[in-house]
Design a protein around this ligand. Structure first.
Ligand code: NAD
Length: 478
């Protein structure tokens, strides 16, 4: 006899656990299957985000940022500190404590809401059945009314630089280095490369980033990416564009990396090499061949706008389906699916998903970039406000970067916002809300913003769209 559930969720990352909690709140009998088992032999909830992704990386980014503040940022305030020291073990222990607190919190929420956590690897069978095999090889079958697959993603590896978990490491290994590498190589100057490269650079590593593309952060607004690149260079991140790694070999306890650029072949030697070249959907071995679930050509589970797979009552959400690999995108998809299972007409607004790179300053974005609009032939107008003209940013001695707001040339509707600056992640959220409500730049411009705040830069950028900024000289109208 198989156990029966209204909903079986596969995976307990932000896409899966949020869907499971939501479903249980709404009265569905819900189980969440998770294959991750911790050293106490119990199921470890939270997925990549909580265990080896968003949260631990932010913990290390915050610790290392505080260190640079003490080392380099206090003299200007009149505070002198004798040579500060850094203890990596304490930083890692703090990170682990945060992970334990948050993953334990999910276990508590599951209990409170009545979600059954099941340890093991799940496989979707025909007829909305789920087979679960635990670490000891025991197999059980669950009969589900509906299934949500939220099995997430895995780091991509490249043949020239195979991960050995000692010298050549992926993002997981880069969160657990027990000492600061003297020279650190990073393959890929994307989100993970920049965040983890920043952590170790701040703690003293000499960091060289090898990026295959000729453009830096091509998915970001070009103006913001260019400005960010200059700031990161000043911080000592040696970012080499158009650099394709062809070989990485461990020799005498160091990694010798060969890479090619337009100028020819080069070699560099590092103490550690981080491979951060993207992530791929974790869709292998997840379903029986007759399950009805199909994959697209890149291995993502094929779904429609409502996250329905080709198999009835089987849904897929988060990193394992098309769209940006962002925790909050997966969570919202999970909520949408649960609401649709319950008969509501819920849908996602994929045009309004913010994304952030947690460097310092942060880079945050929502909506379209200037280059995308140009390519699509959309007429637009822009308003830019630099933090150097913000009283709050100057008072905080944190005045690098800018807010850039893009609005439609005729309708004035906000099409995008791109922020480089302290607290950009939180600042962009107010534009996300405005966009959700179909706001024009003028609507934002007519809104009262508190003074003195960093948010005033968003207000001024909105004013600048029509040449009405107060605290900068406006561009002459075209
Ligand atoms: P990414 O796509 O952001 O960056 C990977 C980079 O590696 C790209 O610039 C790519 O051109 C480069 N690259 C690929 N192959 C290469 C090669 N052979 N040699 C040199 N460069 C190469 O991917 P990521 O940084 O690994 O992150 C993976 C996913 O996780 C992304 O979708 C990202 O959005 C998500 N993520 C998000 C956050 C956040 O929201 N703050 C943090 C971490 C990761």
């Amino acid at each position: 006899m198989s156990d029966k559930y209204d909903l079986v969720v596969i995976g307990s990352g932000p896409a899966g656990y949020v869907a499971a909690i939501k479903a249980a709140q709404m009265g569905l009998k819900t189980a969440c299957v998770e294959q991750w088992v911790n050293d106490k032999d119990t199921v470890q909830l939270g997925g990549t985000c909580l265990n080896v992704g968003c949260i631990p990386s932010k913990a290390l980014l915050d610790s290392s940022h505080k260190f640079t503040e003490v080392r380099d940022g206090l003299a200007v305030h009149g505070i002198t500190v004798k040579k500060p020291e850094f203890d990596v073990a304490t930083m890692l222990a703090r990170k682990d404590k945060i992970i334990a607190q948050l993953t334990g919190g999910i276990a508590g929420l599951f209990k409170h809401n009545g979600v059954t956590a099941i340890a093991g690897k799940a496989k979707v069978l025909v007829g909305t059945k789920v087979q679960v095999t635990d670490a000891k090889g025991n197999v059980q079958e669950l009969q589900a009314g509906n299934i949500i697959i939220a099995a997430g993603s895995l780091p991509v590896s490249i043949p020239p630089a195979p991960i050995d978990n000692e010298y050549i490491i992926d993002s997981t290994g880069a969160l657990a280095l027990t000492e600061v590498p003297g020279r650190l190589g990073v393959i890929g100057a994307g989100v993970i490369g920049l965040e983890l490269g920043s952590v170790w650079r701040r703690l003293g590593s000499e960091v060289v980033m090898l990026e295959a593309l000729d453009d830096f952060l091509p998915m970001m607004d070009m103006q913001i990416a260019k400005e960010a690149g200059k700031i990161f260079k000043k911080q000592g991140l040696d970012i080499r564009l158009g650099a394709r790694v062809t070989k990485a070999e461990v020799k005498k306890g160091r990694v010798v990396v060969t890479y090619a650029t337009a100028e020819g072949e080069h070699t560099e030697t590092f103490d550690k090499l981080i491979v951060a070249v993207g992530r791929k959907p974790n869709s292998q071995g997840l379903f029986a061949s007759d399950s009805g679930v199909t994959l697209d050509e890149r291995g993502f589970i094929y779904v429609n706008d409502y996250c329905e797979t080709e198999a009835p009552h089987v849904y897929a959400v988060g990193d394992i389906v098309r769209g940006p690999m962002l925790a909050h995108k997966g969570s919202e998809e999970g909520v949408m699916v649960v609401e649709r299972i319950l008969g509501e007409q819920a849908q996602m607004n994929y045009d309004c998903i913010p994304s952030v790179i947690y460097t310092h300053p942060e880079i945050a974005a929502v909506g379209r970039t200037e280059q995308e609009l140009t390519a699509d032939g959309v007429e637009y107008k822009i308003g830019v406000f630099p933090f150097a003209a913000s009283g709050r940013a100057l008072a905080a001695n944190d005045a690098e970067g800018m807010v850039k707001l893009i609005a439609h040339a005729e309708t004035d509707r906000i099409l995008g916002c791109h922020i480089l600056g302290a607290s950009a992640a939180d600042l962009v959220q107010q534009v996300v809300i405005a966009m959700e409500f179909g706001s024009s730049a003028e609507d934002l411009a007519l809104t009262v913003f508190g003074h003195p705040t960093l948010s005033e830069a968003v207000h001024e950028a909105a004013l600048a769209v029509d040449g009405h900024a107060i605290h900068i000289a406006n561009r002459k109208k075209r």
